[in-house]
Ligand binder design. Sequence first.
Ligand code: MLT
Length: 325
Amino acid sequence: MYKILCLNKISPVGTKRFGEKYTFSPEVQEPDGILVRSASMHDMELGENLLAIARAGAGVNNIPVNQCIENGVVVFNTPGANANAVKELVIAGLLLSSRKIPAAMDWIKTLKGKGDEVGKLVEKGKSQFVGPEISGKMLGVIGLGAIGVLVANAAVNLDMEVYGYDPYISVDGAWKLSRDIHHIQDVNDIYRECDYITIHVPLLDSTKEMINADALNQMKDGVVILNFARDLLVDEKAMIDALNQGKVKRYVVDFPTPAIAKTPGAIVIPHLGASTQESEDNCARMAAEELIDYLENGNIRHSVNYPDCEMGVCQEACRIAINHR
Ligand code: MLT
């Protein structure tokens, strides 16, 4: 019997895969595997028996990956499973940021109680909300993983001029990328040239605060920046200064903090990138299958700290898997 600890509410599309060989609950002691979405595990004791953690999502910054490396715990994520959901919200963010939609909607609320006058007031006041079309504008996509590729291709289909930067692009990613996307080799070219910049890289020591004062200073006046990846990729103080000075026209961010939420020009969304039924089902299914395949067969697919290892289904009484550091 395998014990799986579940730290978040996870779609039953995934959890029902744990059949009779499994005990699955939020209270399991000494688990063999952990299923997690966004709960932070940094202060948790990783029990002696723990073999694997599966994150229903892409980012793994809520998991102590270095400690897992030390302990031989395989950490899985679900790359691509929520990519379409995030792509759709990024496209919404592009439109919200160019057409002044949030401000216009707030203004409409001020017309409450104006009765029959509303129609006239709207026609008179709407000119303050004129905004540019995105068609023909230059979009820089930094990071061409599962989400970045979808965003870049969708933006091409919306007639944007798309510039893609990713020195670590996978062969699969490169195959999926539209040939209309300009290949950029120096991220500074994106900073210098683009009207809109969207970030789709993981949060690592090397990417932390990559959008800092230096990067912002190189950008065009009135640039729009979209961050649906992780808050700490952007130096928040530098971003607030840039918004206050008008250097950045809009910052669309899916990670609210008190400071950014009250800054004019910030469009702040409550971490909804992956919040669609479809994506929650996809992530849950993929994460559960990864855990089961590892615990029962020793197979590894989509781990962030181990290479892939596929030996098919175990047909014998048992299979021994030895993890080398
Ligand atoms: C991700 O890293 O994929 C997202 O943060 C997922 C989520 O919203 O849980």
